[in-house]
Design a protein. Structure first.
Length: 202
């Protein structure tokens, strides 16, 4: 399971990330709202742990942009020191799946992560499906019309992003950043991987 942790206080971020990695999660981190939004839009995550008070862009705005503009339904757990009812309502209305008030215990955060993931799995499953094309993220099996397809790891990463975003167009720079980050090779590399993926599917 890959998590995105967006928290501007380095010590808190480090403690949460270390704890979750010890529990077997893969964790990517961002220290501000804009960086967190960029990772959420270009990466593939099972859940986002999102602080509300962030520089650059607050957590409520970030969550709302994911839900309303990008149409991304990755589950979100909001972290905040604000414990008022109205604050919680604002968070849930922005699209949060759960709301955890600081200070909190790390085991409680883990239990909430597990509960949200369990609930989302029951609602949406781990299988992506478009027409007769399916991708089971647990087994990494891709099938078209019931026939298994052989797709390499980079192809699987591209396929998941494209299936999640369909029918929206995914920009070249988004796919490049997804695969290589700042160490992108020449432009022909992405074209080659897309060609191989199309060959495998078609």
């Amino acid at each position: 399971m890959r998590l995105l942790l967006i928290e501007d206080q380095p010590e808190i971020l480090r403690n949460i990330a270390d704890f979750l990695e010890m529990k077997g999660y893969l964790v990517d981190c961002a220290y501000d709202g804009l960086g967190g939004l960029h990772l959420a839009l270009t990466g593939i995550y099972d859940l986002i742990v999102l602080d509300l008070m962030l520089p650059g862009m607050d957590g409520v705005t970030l969550c709302r942009r994911l839900r309303e503009e990008a149409q991304i339904q990755i589950p979100v757990i909001m972290l905040t020191a604000r414990d008022g009812l109205e604050d919680k309502l604002v968070g849930f209305r922005a699209g949060a799946d759960d709301y955890l008030v600081k200070p909190f215990s790390l085991p409680e955060l883990q239990v909430r992560i597990e509960a949200v993931l369990r609930r989302c799995r029951s609602e949406f499953g781990r299988e992506l499906r478009l027409a007769d094309l399916s991708y089971d993220r647990d087994t990494l099996i891709v099938q078209r019309g019931g026939t298994p397809l052989k797709i390499n790891p980079i192809g699987l990463k591209l396929l998941e992003k494209l299936m999640r975003e369909s029918p929206r167009v995914v920009r070249r720079e988004v796919l490049t950043d997804l695969l290589w980050g700042e160490n992108a090779p020449d432009s022909d590399s992405l074209r080659s991987h897309i060609h191989l993926l199309r060959q495998a599917i078609d």
